[in-house]
Design a protein around this ligand. Structure first.
Ligand code: FAD
Length: 359
């Protein structure tokens, strides 16, 4: 006898998003769902940000929207207006609460801290690495986005909360790509992140606490502040093949929902959840969702260039957002048309990219 109709491994962003979409679309009225999630309690652990290129169901979890962002290199600085596609940040604590409140009202949904006997007909898996240590050790030399951020609060009004800083490259690069990212939630409160795109072999890049302290003190001239919250992460900028079978569908990062050039995943997870609900009766179709081969190919070329030419990257990112910005945002959000793609490609240094393509 089937105890549960569906199993979801991992109740993080993708697992809970899918459960939420199952619930609000009435798919759990007569069906049962087991969510296997080891964490003992849900609290804010990530800040999911993205350009709001299309609607999603978590507007009530948004901390703030920005219609401008800045990008700074040693030589240039630009403030970019994004009227059509605001940049949004979601508080993961609010997101978890909203979904868990909704699911707790349905007795067909049960949470388990450990794997239970699988008797269901469908498994959705969002566990990216069954063993993080071995995955990490086997792939250390590949490219990762690794970062740490602190939400700080000051007594004085210091931040311009109308502009978020997408990338500030005025910091040590250590032959990698390094920038600071600032989300000013108010004039007195901001999340500041030190972000690297590099392999994970060089421990020198990982003294995040010092990097943050120095940047806050020297670049932002902030002497007094308190730390409200901290987050830390590593995002692999490559796809790992996690076994699937006829009864198992990978979702979230495990299901290839991360854009390799940027690490953006949140909106892709929402689109994937909607696609699964639409095709729930046809598992074969439900398995076929991809961000797009075009983006995978272009991102891989981009990352090859980045790996062998880290010094030119600040300028490349700067140029990407110079001129037709909506096209670049659509490209980075996998919603670009051919004209948008060409306009982004034309901003890149051609010979370096062509050489990487044929290497
Ligand atoms: C700190 C951080 C910030 C990020 N910021 C952004 C952002 O701004 N914008 C964006 O688009 N993307 C961002 N990302 C990338 C991506 O959106 C997130 O990683 C997102 O949480 C991915 O969702 P997921 O469900 O695949 O993984 P997770 O949310 O990590 O969920 C996986 C779940 O599996 C559980 N688990 C682990 N082992 C097991 C096991 N053996 N059995 C069962 N469950 C298990 C974990 O506890 C976890 O809850 C960020 C990532 C991190 C780490």
């Amino acid at each position: 006898m089937k105890e549960f109709d569906y199993h979801i491994y991992g109740g993080g962003c993708a697992g809970l998003s899918l459960a939420y979409h199952l619930e609000i679309n009435g798919k759990l009225k007569n069906k049962t769902l087991a969510i296997i999630e080891p964490r003992a309690e849900y609290k804010r652990d990530k800040t999911w940000s993205f350009w709001k290129i299309y609607d999603h169901d978590f507007e009530d979890c948004v901390i703030k929207n920005w219609n401008s962002f800045s990008i700074r290199t040693n030589d240039n600085s630009n403030i970019v207006k994004t009227k059509n596609y605001p940049y949004q940040s979601i508080d993961s604590g609010k997101f978890y609460k909203k979904i868990n409140d909704k699911l707790s009202a349905n007795s067909n949904v049960k949470f388990f801290r450990e794997k239970i006997k699988n008797t269901s007909s469908i498994v959705f898996n969002s566990v990216p690495y069954p063993s993080f240590d071995s995955f990490f050790n086997n792939n250390k030399s590949k490219l990762w986005q690794h970062f740490q951020g602190v939400e700080i609060e000051t007594n004085e009004e210091i931040f311009d909360d109308s502009i978020m800083t997408l990338m500030d490259f005025n910091c040590e690069q250590k032959n990698s790509v390094h920038f600071f990212y600032i989300l000013p939630f108010s004039k007195k409160k901001a999340l500041i992140e030190t972000t690297w795109i590099s392999s994970l072999e060089n421990k020198d890049l990982m003294d995040y606490d010092n990097q943050l302290k120095n940047y806050i003190y020297k670049n932002l001239s902030i002497k007094n502040y308190k730390v409200n919250y901290q987050e830390k992460g590593v995002i692999p900028l490559f796809y790992s093949s996690i076994p699937e079978n006829d009864f198992c569908i990978n979702i979230g990062s495990a299901g290839g929902m991360t854009r390799l050039s940027t690490g953006y995943t949140f909106l892709n997870i929402q689109e994937h959840s909607k696609f699964i609900i639409k095709n729930l009766k046809n598992l074969k179709k439900a398995k076929s969702y991809h961000i797009g081969k075009k983006y995978e190919l272009l991102d891989n070329i981009f990352l090859k260039v980045l790996k062998s030419n880290p010094k030119i990257m600040p300028n490349i990112f700067y140029k990407m957002f110079n001129g037709h910005v909506d096209g670049a945002i659509k490209f980075l959000s996998n919603r670009s048309n051919l004209i948008n793609d060409i306009s982004v490609i034309l901003k890149m240094p051609k010979w370096i990219f062509i050489k990487s393509l044929f290497n």
